[in-house]
Design a protein around this ligand. Structure first.
Ligand SMILES: [Zn+2]
Length: 217
């Protein structure tokens, strides 16, 4: 059984996930900490739970999901893994930071590329990499079939879907990612999104107004 801890970080209210097993091995997914106070919160959680961080993963590389990448790399001596198509997004973050007037941003680089079908082991639990492009060109989700959840960034939210009005977004790709990859998962599977509260596949299939529109039009 993998435990999931969520931090909501920065003015973007981004969900940063720390997942770990009983042995204390931990992955950090989308570290959005962007102040000393937030970095200390993350560090304190790791320390007080005696966790050993072995991986840093990004669902995608929009600014709010990568603020803490370099802090995590430096602090825990881990490599950053994400999809190759996110390279262009990560490289544009310093410019985006400038646009938003954000002064505190430490650039990071990708060390390892992930692709659809890859399996990442956290102890004896497999996380499957699902390629979910649309909101970002190399967006991925991390699916844990054993515990019945997915950490899927900004693809599907409770009652909403990811924005596609940023550079490199593609609305049709996003709809296909949700229809073909997310909505074919079990109805009771829990979705841990990049913002807001968790939801389930079944709830969104039934209630998501954006997807209702897409299936009737
Ligand atoms: Zn995003």
């Amino acid at each position: 059984m993998i435990s999931i801890h969520t931090f909501v970080f920065s003015d973007f209210e981004e969900n940063t996930y720390i997942i770990h097993n009983e042995a204390g091995e931990a992955f950090i997914i989308d570290p959005g900490c962007n102040s000393l106070a937030e970095e200390n919160m993350l560090k304190a959680y790791i320390e007080s739970n005696n966790l050993h961080v072995t991986r840093l993963l990004n669902t995608h590389c929009h600014i709010d999901h990568v603020f803490g990448n370099q802090f995590v790399k430096d602090t825990y001596k881990v490599q950053l893994a994400c999809h190759a198509n996110e390279q262009v997004i990560l490289q544009s973050v310093p410019m985006v930071a400038q646009m938003y007037g954000i002064k505190r941003y430490i650039p990071s680089t990708i060390d390892e590329f992930l692709k659809e079908g890859d399996t990442i082991m956290l102890g004896d639990t497999a996380l499957e990499v699902l390629f979910l492009p649309g909101h970002a060109p190399g967006h991925v989700g991390f699916l844990n079939r054993k515990d019945n959840w997915i950490i899927s960034g900004d693809v599907l939210f409770r009652g909403a879907i990811g924005r596609t009005d940023f550079p490199y977004c593609n609305h049709q790709d996003l709809i296909q990612s949700i229809k073909q990859k997310m909505f074919t998962l079990p109805d009771d599977l829990v979705v841990y999104p990049g913002h807001f509260e968790p939801t389930t596949i079944g709830y969104e299939k039934k209630n998501n107004p954006f997807m209702k529109y897409e299936t009737t039009n």
